[in-house]
Design a protein around this ligand. Structure first.
Ligand code: ZN
Ligand code: CU
Length: 486
């Protein structure tokens, strides 16, 4: 079975300027690029672009891949591969992971599996619509071994955590992530992380971190991350690079310089970013890290999902505080007490910083979307890639479109070790997206976020069409992507 996409503007994922031609899909691979002979099926790509399927390097879709297998909230945005397990939240060990699964999917029943090998096997037994690459989550591992203890691990605990990391690596994970603002990852000292990350030596796996601080101590946090990479020789990935809080705007200029210095000395340091001036996280973590304490801050903190009290979704903490006639902090505490898994959207960044980080050569695109599909998730969940292409590239010229595509395809595949993906290249896997370069744009607002972007017509995963003429096909051709050490 072959399919030819004819006469489309081909962005090949390398960042070089696109050219018009044909792409042939032959079973699960790209059979030819350029001039292509007859095929069983044809798509007229005139006026459209074809690019490698987008790789979302920062997701929390570990369990959505099991519970919402169609994954249309991703594929309709052009995403063909999700990297799960970010911010220290991993899919195993099962008991600790199932607690986290509950916070995003309160109604779902978690299938039992054993370790990362079991998780990857579960994906293969019931494949989702997109490919899944997996990071092991330090927070989940620490929870399994030490609960929420606020201290360094004993030698025995260290050995146990190490053993879980090795199980994950043997199963084929692409790296280890930390979430150093979250419970219980925030109780880990640098030495603990260095010790566990050293298990990655000799593999192609990377260390990805939601750093200890993204506000006034951003630079210290970047230094810690770079140190972990330097001392272990493991490539590092700074998650959702940003400076949060008005007083800290502009600090990314210096954090980018730290990345430049480390790269100049030969270290592999990269970052990912979502293209918005608002973030989203657990309200509990916001409280624990004192990320707001005044009226001003509370205004920009809006309930995104609260399964226990869905009527609060869409309301700001300032607004709830006014209604309840209490201080914002007390209002936030009341929301957390009611539902400890409440997620909020936080308006806390500035546009110049977003653009500066995006333009920097270390940055790739990752949504950090939280798949709370029944609530009001941050619109980045669906729209991240279309927004980078439409708003930041086409409209604002922060990046050329060819370079924007590279930051969501080839660069990401190379960084995360995804073999034969990320490029429109003969012999590679046929993960492809056909989009309208003149019209692609994000949709959805913070008030009405559950919207798909426009201008993304066709999406193929391993040669199988998962979106056709804007409509999901229901196909489930995704694969579990295991690390290949070279
Ligand atoms: Zn994070
Ligand atoms: Cu995250």
């Amino acid at each position: 079975m072959t399919l030819a996409i004819r006469n489309a503007l081909i962005f090949d994922g390398t960042g070089s300027e696109p050219s018009v031609g044909d792409v042939l899909i032959d079973a699960d691979r790209i059979g030819a690029v350029g001039g292509v002979g007859p095929a069983d099926e044809e798509i007229d790509g005139t006026g459209l672009a074809v690019a490698p399927g987008f790789i979302d390097v920062h997701t929390h879709d570990d369990f959505a891949a099991l519970f919402h297998r169609d994954m249309t909230f991703k594929s309709r945005g052009g995403v063909t591969t999700c990297i799960v397990g970010n911010c220290g939240f991993g899919a195993a060990p099962w008991d600790a992971a199932s607690v986290m699964a509950q916070s995003i999917h309160p109604k779902a029943e978690m299938p039992r599996y054993d370790g990362y090998a079991g998780y990857l096997a579960a994906l293969e037994a019931n494949p989702p619509g997109v490919n899944i690459g997996v990071l092991a989550g330090h927070g989940t591992i620490r929870m399994a071994v030490m609960g929420t203890e606020r201290r360094a691990p004993t030698d025995v605990e260290m050995a146990e955590m190490h053993e879980i990391v090795v199980e994950a690596l043997d199963a084929g994970v692409l790296g280890l992530s930390t979430g150093l603002i979250y419970e219980p990852g925030r109780h880990a000292q640098t030495e603990e992380i260095i010790e566990l990350t050293s298990a990655l030596q000799g593999t192609t796996a990377l260390y990805a971190s939601h750093m200890r601080n993204e506000a006034e101590d951003l630079l210290a946090a970047v230094r810690e991350t770079i140190r972990i990479g330097a001392e272990t020789g493991v490539p590092v990935q700074i998650s959702h690079h940003k400076a949060t809080g008005r007083a800290n705007w502009g600090l990314v200029r210096e954090s980018l310089a730290l990345i430049d210095d480390a790269r100049a000395s030969g270290q592999v340091v990269n970052a990912d970013q979502y293209p918005y001036t608002a973030g989203s996280t657990l309200l509990r973590a916001v409280m624990q890290n004192k990320m707001f304490d005044d009226e001003d801050g509370a205004d920009g903190v809006v309930v995104a999902s609260c399964a226990a009290r869905p009527e609060w979704e869409g309301r700001s903490i300032a607004d709830l505080a006014a209604e309840w006639e209490v201080e914002p902090v007390a209002a936030a505490r009341r929301v957390v007490d009611e539902d400890g898994s409440t997620f909020v959207v936080i308006h806390s960044m500035c546009e110049p910083d977003v653009e500066l980080v995006m333009a920097h050569p270390s940055t790739m695109v990752g949504s950090d979307g939280l798949p709370t599909l029944d609530a009001r998730p941050h619109p980045r969940l669906y729209n991240t890639f279309a927004r980078v292409l439409g708003l930041y590239s086409r409209e604002r010229g922060v990046l050329s479109m060819a370079e924007a595509v590279r930051r969501m395809t080839g660069y990401s595949a190379d960084t995360f070790g995804l073999v034969d993906r990320g490029y429109v290249r003969r012999g590679g896997f046929a993960d492809l997206v056909v989009f309208d370069p003149a019209g692609v744009i994000d949709q959805g607002t913070f008030d009405d976020p559950n919207q798909y972007p426009i201008g993304i017509q066709h999406v193929f995963v391993n040669g199988v069409e998962v979106v056709r003429d804007d409509v999901p096909t229901g196909a489930l051709p995704g694969r579990a992507l295991r690390r290949v050490d070279t």
